[in-house]
Design a protein around this ligand. Structure first.
Ligand code: NAP
Length: 290
């Protein structure tokens, strides 16, 4: 059991983790901390946390684990704030969607990634934000990626792995760079496409009719464009290199398809769609409909 966990940023992810750990009886006490009191008070009322503090020293004192549940662009500032108050044996972890930037922020603040800082990323979420949207089952049968380094403390790593397993998640490990490349492809690019598609359509002259007659496919494809603009702004700027690589690759493929449409090359269009359908059907069979 984790004796005490402090969560800096009790939003969708931090709040869902708190709920899941409480449901599993995996944590003695959960302390909330953040930049504003109102959401922390709400988290307390909802029973997501046991108490909250308004002083960073009081927030982390005696905590075995301190978890950062803030947008990735805020990590460096938050670490600066917490640093003077962290004990030498405190385990630090985070849930940020980009890992290279979080490690870089830790290196800036501490000089090097502390061995007891275990970067993490639950591959689970919704387009909602805030503690009100949190729920205990969010991570059940979902994946959590940890990106420890050669210097990581094995006991700290084992604690964070155990913590996520208590939520029902399957925990994997990969390198920071590989994480950022994989997530650029599977999460960051799709969000960019959804935001851009909706923005493009919303700025067409006849956008009223376009949205009025949009059907299920449009709803499915664009659900993630309702995600937090601030969070995704931070992700784009903090995984720039890998994301731009994927944008370049995707733009080239889109241009190839557009050229096939222009010259009426039905065979090229059909082959692209058949490859895509086979890949998606296989993904669903292997990873979703198990
Ligand atoms: P959220 O519901 O909006 O919660 C964010 C939390 O961070 C709130 O407590 C918020 O405090 C606090 N915060 C925001 N900006 C801050 C700042 N500049 N300084 C200090 N605290 C700040 O967001 P979330 O969805 O839980 O996302 C949190 C982290 O999880 C992000 O790093 C994100 O990349 C990652 N993540 C998200 C998802 C997803 O699908 N949502 C999935 C996996 C990982 P206030 O209440 O005061 O605004």
């Amino acid at each position: 059991m984790i004796n005490r966990l402090t969560i800096y940023g009790v939003g969708l992810i931090g709040g869902s983790l708190a709920r899941a750990l409480k449901a599993a009886g995996a944590c003695g006490e959960i302390v909330g901390y953040g930049r504003s009191v109102a959401p922390l008070q709400r988290a307390l009322e909802l029973g997501v946390i046991d108490r909250y503090e308004t002083d960073p020293g009081a927030a982390v004192r005696g905590s075995e684990v301190v978890l950062l549940g803030v947008p990735v662009g805020a990590v460096e500032t938050v670490l600066h704030e917490l640093r003077p108050h962290l004990g030498s044996d405190t385990i630090i972890t985070d849930v940020g969607s980009t890992k290279g930037s979080v490690v870089a922020a830790a290196e800036t603040v501490f000089g090097a990634l502390p061995p007891r800082f275990i970067p993490g990323h639950p591959i689970a979420g919704t387009e909602q934000s805030g503690v009100e949207a949190s729920f205990a089952e969010l991570f059940r049968q979902r994946r959590v990626i940890l990106t420890p380094t050669a210097q990581s403390d094995p006991a700290a790593l084992a604690t964070i792995r155990w913590m996520w397993q208590q939520t029902g998640a399957e925990v994997s490990e990969m390198s920071v760079a590989h994480h950022d490349e994989v997530l650029a492809a599977t999460s960051h690019l799709p969000h960019l496409l959804a935001f851009t598609l909706v923005d493009t359509l919303a700025r067409l002259e006849d956008h009223d009719d376009i949205f009025r007659f949009a059907a299920g496919g449009f709803r499915d494809f664009t659900r993630i464009a309702s995600s937090s603009p601030q969070m995704w702004h931070d992700i784009c700027l903090n995984n720039r290199e890998a994301l731009l690589k994927m944008v370049g690759r995707f733009s080239a493929e889109l241009a190839t398809l557009a050229a096939a449409i222009e010259r009426g090359d039905g065979e090229a269009i059909r082959q692209t769609f058949e490859r895509a359908k086979a890949a998606r059907d296989s993904y669903c069979e292997t990873h979703i409909n198990q």
